[in-house]
Design a binder for this molecule. Structure first.
Ligand code: FAD
Length: 657
């Protein structure tokens, strides 16, 4: 193979990105002297059309059979150049890319040293590419159905977009109703639209859509397969009420032997109580009651009079014997829209949340100002009083290295919204304590000006302490006013903590289930922040809404539309080509030790009991190399990363230029 090899080497200037630090001409001249190299050129932009044409032409005219491009990261242009080889009639895997931008020009200031490093890397690539074998991509068909996990505004929008374009969608939501956090708000910034008025029609549309299968009280238990062909097992928890029989008349709630509601109502963030049989909120979808086995007397003692069953005697919708079900579905793509959780105010004890009853979180106040909330929209504090002065503390659990260093992006705006609503409902004096106001969205600055003009006091400074002011239940806020340059103590009746947005508590479990990554903050990681913001590193799995990072409703909806578009593009292609960089077992060398089997993160390795050898399903293999590294007898090899190729590259880089 070595003798007949004719390598073409192409050194890219990448404008000044590479050429500014590396002497590209000298590198190309050096490459031309390497054994096996038929020609070497430097060119301004190898990825441009003329750059690509140059390679195609040389392959034909100069009879090249291997190509090395020294340019940027293979993540950006490896596909481009492989395609060029293919177009010129060469196997696309007779190619090696050298990253002399991120690995040399961008990380060095010394032109000489960077030039020498570029030569070393190219020499290694030339030695390696000579050993490359021809490889074929595998074509697999794509299942047309899509799974959407999470039924907040992002999941709802993605599901409706896909279903409206004719795809069958499974929408899996773990709560008894869809709606997510948006269902808890009264108004939304900056336009102050009624949240329910814009959300509930979409929720109903989901329920009515013939192309959407909605599973509430459900979670994904297992994910197998690969892009285009995922097998997903969904665990459906019992509701103890037959969903297709219950008409939501709510008579069972009336009839429940609990004379008074005693259980903290999660939808109202514990500000009201519910019975063991309940409906989360009046517009819940599905409009079906649910029985909570943790608090229902029948489940606890088996000695309830079951008055709920009596009032439903005609319909027989209540079923205490309902069991958990496992459903397995086939889908081609998955959209994760599992949202966020709110920062727990108790983690910052100096703000007094949990210690002083009149310290609230913003989400609690969202429920208080809501006409369908625990106080029917009246702002009444836990001690029964109406506040005459309110202090809203921004950035609680955000922009602080001791909690979360990132900005939660929505708190400034929802704090201004709450300031407006509290003033409108109570005429109270409202103070907003901010580090700086972040209002970069459409109509946000105007909304900020409006709230300021309404007479809300804006104090620039981080609140350091909240403590009782006097015996009337008032609270003192201590803050350094950075505009006045002095410490101020401001007494208020009510404190509202603008708690930030955090990854869901189970984000790491969900990440593992779907084989995706999380960023350092714990939100799901996108494939590329600019070029692939809704894709993940696992093909066919997309992200929408706050599970990827804090964002407002317009951005969540926009991202959900983008994720649905990506899923549609994948599915409508009908089939997909899988890269051949997979691992394979050299059966004659395999000792049958099974070390590799549990190591595979993709369940691609099984053990053949008859032959006593490991075997790899190349369709499931993602080419991560874990098994290759783990195999004690070295009997697993990976296409494009065969031992001889790697050793040749190492020898090449160590060889003196
Ligand atoms: C106090 C407050 C006020 C706000 N006010 C505004 C406003 O006025 N205007 C605005 O634009 N934005 C506002 N926001 C931001 C807004 O809440 C988010 O932009 C929006 O809710 C994001 O929607 P989502 O679907 O991504 O997430 P979520 O609303 O969190 O929905 C996620 C859904 O996924 C479900 N889920 C989670 N994990 C799983 C799982 N493993 N399996 C199945 N289901 C799962 C959840 O139960 C939930 O239904 C506010 C935020 C807060 C905290």
């Amino acid at each position: 193979m070595h003798d007949s090899v004719r390598v073409g080497v192409y050194v890219c200037h990448c404008g000044r990105n590479i050429e500014g630090t590396i002497d590209v001409r000298e590198v190309a001249e050096y490459a031309a002297t390497l054994p096996g190299v038929a020609l070497a050129r430097d060119y301004r932009y190898m990825c441009s059309d003329p750059g690509q044409e140059l390679i195609r032409q040389d392959i034909r005219d100069q009879d090249l059979n291997r190509v090395v491009v020294a340019a940027c990261s293979p993540c950006l242009h490896e596909k481009t150049f492989r395609h060029v080889l293919e177009q010129a009639g060469l196997n696309p895997y007779f190619f090696q890319m050298v990253n002399i931008r991120e690995h040399a020009s961008w990380v060095h200031e010394d032109r000489r040293a960077a030039t020498v490093k570029a030569k070393d890397l190219i020499r290694a690539a030339v030695r390696r590419v000579r050993l490359h074998r021809p490889l074929e991509r595998r074509q697999v068909s794509i299942h047309p159905d899509v799974l959407v996990v999470g039924g907040g505004i992002a999941g709802i929008h993605a599901a409706l977009t896909l279903a409206n374009s004719g795809k069958h969608v499974y929408l899996v939501e773990r709560e008894p109703t869809i709606g997510g956090h948006m269902a808890q708000f009264d108004k939304t910034f900056p336009t102050l639209d009624c949240a329910a008025c814009i959300l509930t029609p979409k929720m109903t549309a989901v329920k009515m859509h013939p192309k959407i299968t909605l599973w509430t009280l459900s979670e994904v238990a297992r994910v197998e397969g690969y892009v285009g062909n995922y097998q997903v097992t969904v665990r459906r928890k019992p509701r103890y009420v037959l969903e297709d029989v219950c008409i939501g008349c709510l008579e069972c709630i009336e009839a429940c032997v609990y004379k008074q509601a005693k259980v903290p109502d999660a939808f109202n963030v514990g500000l009201s109580k519910r019975k063991p049989v309940y409906i989360p909120f009046p517009q819940a979808v599905p409009q079906v009651v649910v029985i909570d086995p943790e608090t229902c007397i029948e489940f606890k003692s088996g000695r309830c009079k079951k008055t709920c069953v009596e009032v439903c005697a005609d319909r027989k919708a209540i079923d205490f014997h309902q069991q958990e079900e496992l459903k397995t579905i086939d889908v081609g793509a998955i959209i994760l829209a599992t949202g966020f959780q709110v920062f727990d105010g108790r983690r910052l004890p100096y703000y007094g949340y949990g210690a002083y009853p009149n310290v609230y979180t913003a989400l609690e106040v969202e429920r208080l100002v809501n006409a369908a909330g625990p106080t029917a929209g009246e702002i009444v504090m836990r001690d029964g009083r109406r506040p005459r002065s309110v202090g809203i503390v921004h950035c609680v659990g955000s922009r602080d290295v001791h909690t979360n260093a990132y900005c939660s992006r929505v708190c400034c705006m929802y704090s201004l919204k709450l300031a407006h609503l509290i003033k409108e409902r109570t005429s109270a004096e409202v103070y907003n304590f901010y580090i700086d106001i972040r209002a970069p969205g459409k109509g946000f600055e105007e909304f900020y000006n409006r709230v300021a003009e309404e007479g809300t006091y804006l104090v620039r400074g981080k609140v350091a302490d909240v403590y009782p002011a006097d015996h009337d239940g008032r609270l003192m806020l201590q803050v350094e006013d950075t505009l006045l340059g002095m410490v101020r103590k401001i007494p208020v009746d009510m404190v509202v903590l603008a708690t930030g947005l955090e990854p869901q508590a189970d984000a790491q479990q969900v990440r593992r289930l779907f084989n995706i990554s999380c960023s350092t903050e714990g939100f799901f990681l996108e494939r590329h922040p600019k070029l692939a913001p809704v894709s993940t590193f696992t093909e066919g799995i997309f992200l929408a809404g706050c599970c990827q990072g804090p964002k407002d409703i317009p951005d969540s909806v926009a991202q959900a539309g983008a994720a649905a578009g990506e899923a549609l593009a994948l599915i409508d292609a009908g089939s997909i080509e899988l890269e051949p960089n997979t691992a394979h077992v050299l059966a004659e060398a395999c000792s049958g030790c099974k070390t590799c089997v549990p190591m595979c993160p993709y369940q691609a390795i099984s053990f053949n009991e008859t032959e006593k050898k490991a075997q790899i399903n190349e369709v499931l293999c993602k080419g991560c190399g874990t098994c290759v590294a783990a195999c004690p007898s070295g009997s697993i090899q990976q296409n494009l990363f065969e031992d001889d190729e790697i050793f040749e590259e190492i020898a090449g880089v160590l060889e003196y230029a």
